[in-house]
Write a new protein. Structure first.
Length: 229
């Protein structure tokens, strides 16, 4: 199977109070297009940092991150943003909706960035898909946590990403809302073939993916089913 993400000898070192802090140490893995992968591990083990590097939100200190065959370390900030816009969706634990924009306008942002046509109609369709057509003109502060997360899903789906990264997508949600969000994610994988990479503490959610990568202290502790995913 074609691999969509190749991580080779990736380390991330932060400078903190005049000291070097190695947060990720020589990480290696490849992920096949269309697969579903969970990244688990204790708090502070480097999961969010790893996700950010894989998604091109941040840059590795050493090593190579290749997304869709594109080596991200050679790119400028703008070039990385263009790669993200074309291939990547990202869902944050705390939603990160723009507070001054309505639900609809939040979903329209990536479409505008891409210069898409019929932006409003398309954004409404996406909101309908996550069951929020009737909340289109609400601002984030007027929405529940579950609704905000579904808006952020609609926004992440809007560029039909080849790969979707989700950082604790259900971390702030009750069980029923979590299930809705998880179903939307897996439907996207099934229907559109979107590769899913999910950082989660939820072992039940991890068990539903084809592969689980466990991180501890910035290194891979175990990698279940690497050949399958
Ligand atoms: P996890 O997602 O597994 O909880 P993180 O990737 O958020 O872990 O953080 C891993 C480690 O890196 C933590 O010790 C955290 O304090 C540190 N860290 C994260 N971001 C920075 C930063 N910008 N500068 C310095 N240290 C950081």
């Amino acid at each position: 199977m074609e691999s969509i993400l190749n991580i080779r000898n990736v380390s991330k070192i932060y400078q903190s109070a005049g000291r070097e802090l190695t947060v990720l140490d020589q990480i290696n893995f490849s992920i096949s297009a269309g697969s579903t992968v969970a990244i688990t591990g204790p708090s502070g083990s480097g999961k969010t940092t790893l996700l950010g590097l894989c998604a091109g939100l941040d840059r590795a200190s050493t090593g190579t991150v290749e997304l869709k065959g594109i080596a991200l370390e050679n790119l400028s900030e703008n070039e990385r943003a263009a790669v993200r816009n074309q291939y990547v969706g990202f869902i944050f634990q705390n939603f990160q909706l723009l507070p001054t924009l309505t639900a609809l306008e939040n979903v329209m942002v990536p479409l505008e960035l891409r210069g898409a046509k019929n932006i409003k109609a398309h954004a409404l369709e996406l909101l309908d898909k996550v069951g929020l057509a009737d909340r289109a003109h609400h601002y984030p502060v007027q929405l529940s946590g579950g609704e905000q997360q579904r808006v952020s899903l609609a926004r992440a789906f809007s560029n039909q990403p080849a790969i979707l990264f989700a950082d604790e997508p259900t971390g702030n949600l009750d069980a029923e809302t979590s299930e809705k969000v998880i179903k939307l994610l897996f439907d996207l994988n099934k229907d559109a073939g979107t590769t899913l990479i999910i950082v989660t503490h939820d072992l039940e959610l991890a068990a539903r993916t084809a592969r689980t990568i466990k991180i501890k202290g910035g290194a891979i502790l175990s990698d279940e089913n690497p050949a399958y995913a």
